[in-house]
Design a protein around this ligand. Structure first.
Ligand code: VGL
Ligand code: ZN
Length: 206
């Protein structure tokens, strides 16, 4: 891979792995593959879901609601989640098998109490920036490759924003796992990414 190719390792954290608060099926199964993929990249950015305890996306903060209910927050449609990735807790730590020494930069997201953030570029209001677009532009990034969790949420929204900020964007699909709520959400997200011109590739294609 060229120096201008950047790998974004998305949210491979304990709470998204089996036994975690918002476990993604086989979430931990991608860890050896992701470690392997990182070897081929000069620059690796990791993202970390990092929520305050009373984040608006937690069902526990909405009396009468339960996880996976969907609510409207102004203009934003928000899925309510079990409490997860609370800043500074073990659930928010990276999976212990992940080679975190390879990370050049860690972007924490979802830190805003009132607005969730799936994408590692823009919060769910599509306005507040994490600053990652500026970082990538300043290092001259050309192609952005994504892997991690979850295919249909943080990987999906990050890939869509990456493309809209003008980066050639690829999702390494065998190095991702998804939540798939609502039903067939993974398939729909993959289709939407393809329709946007995002490359859906396999690690074997790198
Ligand atoms: C994620 C739901 C809530 C993700 C984060 O990393 O895909 N999904 N918070
Ligand atoms: Zn979250």
């Amino acid at each position: 891979m060229a120096k201008q190719d950047v790998l974004i390792v998305t949210d491979i954290q304990n709470d998204f792995c089996p036994g975690g608060a918002l476990a993604v099926k086989e979430g931990d199964a991608i860890v050896p593959l992701v470690n392997n993929i990182m070897e081929g990249f000069y620059r690796v950015v990791a993202t970390q879901d990092w929520h305050p305890k009373h984040q608006v996306s937690f069902a526990s903060n909405h009396p009468g609601k339960k996880p996976y209910d969907v609510i409207r927050l102004g203009d934003i449609t928000q899925v309510l989640w079990p409490d997860h990735c609370v800043a500074g807790t073990p659930g928010a730590d990276f999976h212990p098998g992940l080679q975190t020494d390879k990370f050049h930069l860690v972007v924490r997201k979802g830190v805003n109490l009132a607005v969730d953030s799936y994408s590692t570029f823009l919060e769910n209001d599509k306005k507040l920036k994490t600053g990652l677009d500026g970082y990538l532009k300043s290092i001259g990034a050309d192609r952005v490759f994504l892997c991690g969790l979850a295919t249909d949420y943080c990987v999906f929204y990050s890939a869509m924003d990456s493309a809209s900020f003008g980066f050639k964007t690829y999702v390494i699909i065998d190095a991702c796992r998804g939540i798939d709520v609502p039903e067939n959400n993974i398939e729909r997200s993959i289709q939407a990414m393809k329709d946007t011109g995002i490359g859906i590739i396999s690690s074997g294609d790198l």
